[in-house]
Design a protein. Structure first.
Ligand code: ADP
Length: 284
């Protein structure tokens, strides 16, 4: 006679595992929603907003964007960090160590810079250096501050207060990356191009790359990812900007570099990717 295994007994461990997995999932989800709700309430109060807002990640980003720089206290940063960590864990993070160089030390990568795991990413800022205050704006400054956390704005406020004047074009400042996959952020102001690119624009843009590399090198960082500085709202034509970027980085790596092993040119659109590919080919 064929012996039939008792299905109920073999399914039991699996059922128990699914049950506990479900419990942990619900607890994590509840924890996340509690933190999200708490951060939203805190920032609403801070910004004196009285109307109801939906308890969503987008609402939190809007409130973060409009919040003036100030120390918001440890409780806020801890709750915000738990929310942003959970958001980061759901995103597809790309490690610079998994990329293939197009020539020794140099990499081209198309994607969101806030998903790159690298020692430092470069942010294209305005002269106030405090991040973008326009809710959900599509600039890179907004994205970087929103995924990193409000500590970046607080830290930059201290840096700018100590400096006492707006950040000139072509210089760079460093902050921690906080909730980003990257450890640091290099903040630089590129030239705003109105019409024709002037020799001064070209020099300023080149200096952005050089200043960021010098700063990264002095902090003994090994990998840096540049966005395509000034080529968005600041209107620098991408073809010209790509050449300036490639020349500046190559020059630095050949003449000054001490610690940097990997430099990534991070582009965001297919068109910019094609332009970079052409510029790289033309250089040979
Ligand atoms: P700028 O004012 O210096 O022109 P922008 O933010 O408008 O700065 O754009 C700079 C570059 O960053 C543009 O090429 C834009 O496509 C790119 N960019 C915008 N968001 C991201 C992002 N999340 N990741 C990588 N690149 C981005």
């Amino acid at each position: 006679m064929i012996q039939h295994e008792d299905k109920r007994s073999t399914d039991l461990p699996r059922l128990a595992a699914s049950f506990w997995f479900g419990v942990i999932y619900i607890e994590n989800y509840n924890g996340f929603m509690n933190d999200l709700f708490w951060c939203i309430s805190y920032l609403k109060k801070y910004n004196k907003i009285e109307n109801d807002l939906p308890p969503t990640e987008e609402t939190l980003r809007v409130l973060m964007n409009i919040t003036m720089p100030r120390d918001l206290g440890e409780d806020f940063y801890l709750a915000q960090d738990r929310v942003l960590t959970s958001i980061r864990e759901r995103r597809e993070i790309v490690d610079v160590d998994d990329l293939t160089p197009f020539e020794p030390h140099l990499y081209l990568y198309k994607g969101d810079i806030t998903c790159l795991k690298v020692d430092a990413i470069v942010n294209a800022c305005n002269e106030r250096l405090l991040g973008c205050f326009i809710p959900l704006h599509h600039c890179i400054d907004n994205a970087i501050h929103s995924f990193a956390g409000l500590q970046v704005r607080r830290d930059l406020m201290k840096v700018m207060e100590a400096q006492g004047y707006d950040e000139p074009n072509g210089k760079a400042k460093i902050t921690k990356g906080y909730n980003l996959p990257s450890s640091y952020i290099l903040h630089t102001v590129g030239p705003q191009v109105g019409g024709r690119v002037t020799p001064q624009d070209e020099e300023d843009l080149s200096n952005c790359y050089l200043s960021c590399l010098r700063l990264a090198d002095s902090h003994e960082l090994k990998s840096v990812a540049f966005c395509s500085i000034s080529t968005g709202i600041y209107g620098y034509p991408i073809e010209k900007a790509a050449k300036v970027a490639l020349n500046a980085v190559r020059k630095y790596m050949e003449t000054e570099n001490k610690n940097i092993e990997k430099v990534v040119f991070n582009v965001f659109s297919e068109n910019d990717y094609e332009v970079y590919l052409r510029s790289i080919k033309e250089a040979y």
